[in-house]
Design a protein around this ligand. Structure first.
Ligand code: AHR
Length: 319
């Protein structure tokens, strides 16, 4: 009770200092689901950031379905929230519901994924450069493989999602002028560990046991972890027989790296909400329009980066 009261006093002090009535701010957050470790961390961080700022966060888990997201957003509009955060599961099909939010003058901020819609339908998008992420992963492989022939298995993210589209594009750009490296098989694993494993099992089978597979490029670490399991069960050594490169930098991939079973990952911060709340506050307080794209960093980690140390440091950052 005492703690809650103290928290309320701190939040009130913060809101008075910033001139924004943060306590009365209600934000609806339409989250995709909990398909990956990264996604779960983003949810945790968003709730923490809201609490820290005294924001009343209304959370809706869409269980991977766009129709659930649209329903949740319409619900937020009907409740008259002050703003809406959306992590959009796919890139298209948002115009109608965003127009409804705009008509009610409710600012919308996109988290971690891009959409194909007129830019005036949302305030800003906090995302990484997903084409660049794919390029960083591809450049790493090009350097690692040198002039050797390399048959790559690609595990794509959710079909129609911006990271699946863009991470594919960036990787293909990186290997385009290296004819020794070819994507031999490419299929969606829906950003989940289970499907990553299933798809990798089918790739290994189709490749006659997997001895000629040189690398796995997974659009996220969870699918890479699933693929690692499949490779081990097939009697091959992930990280040695088959190189593993992926995206997210979740703690589990650093554990795999420490064991020599994964080789490289590109970091995606789960803290999309911090910059989103900052932009929203500036907009509500001073009508300051943020840039349409607030870009987060993409850093490459390899086994040289003391994976166990990174693993320890990652815990507590939403993981
Ligand atoms: O949109 C970001 C992606 O979505 C993350 O890389 C992945 O883990 C998540 O499911």
């Amino acid at each position: 009770m005492k703690r809650a009261l103290a928290g309320a006093v701190v939040a009130l002090g913060m809101s008075l200092a910033s001139g924004v009535s943060a306590q009365s701010l209600t934000v609806g957050f339409s989250q995709i689901g909990s398909e990956s470790g990264w996604r779960a961390a983003e949810t945790t961080v968003t709730k923490q950031e809201a609490e820290k700022r005294g924001v009343n966060l209304k959370f809706a888990d869409a269980q991977q379905k766009q129709e659930n997201q649209i329903k949740a957003i319409r619900g937020f509009i009907a409740q008259g929230v002050d703003a809406i955060f959306i992590a959009p599961v796919v890139a298209t099909g948002w115009d109608a519901v965003l127009k409804e939010a705009k008509e009610e003058k409710i600012p919308v901020i996109l988290l971690d994924r891009e959409i194909e819609a007129p830019k005036d339908l949302y305030l800003t998008a906090v995302t990484s450069n997903q084409v660049y992420e794919g390029k960083v992963a591809g450049d790493w492989l090009v350097k690692e493989i040198g002039s050797k022939d390399c048959k790559v298995m690609e595990l794509q993210g959710t079909t129609g999602s911006s990271p699946a589209i863009n991470r594919k594009k960036g990787f293909e750009q990186a290997i385009a002028s290296h004819s020794n490296i070819k994507i031999a098989r490419s299929q969606t694993g829906d950003f989940t560990r289970t499907k990553g494993k299933e798809v990798m099992e089918s790739f290994i089978k189709a490749e006659g046991g997997g001895k000629d597979i040189c690398a796995v490029y997974a659009h996220n670490d969870d699918m890479a972890v699933g693929a690692i399991q499949a490779i081990k069960e097939a009697g091959l050594k992930p990280g040695t027989d088959i190189k593993i490169v992926s995206i997210d930098a979740v703690p589990d991939i650093f554990q795999a790296m420490a064991k020599g079973e994964a080789n490289a990952t590109v970091e995606l911060t789960p803290n999309m909400a911090g910059p989103a709340f900052d932009a929203l506050n500036a907009f509500l307080k001073d009508k300051k329009e943020p840039p349409k794209w607030i870009q987060t960093e993409s850093k490459l980690y390899t086994a040289k980066d003391d994976p166990l140390k990174v693993y320890e440091a990652k815990k507590g950052l939403g993981y």
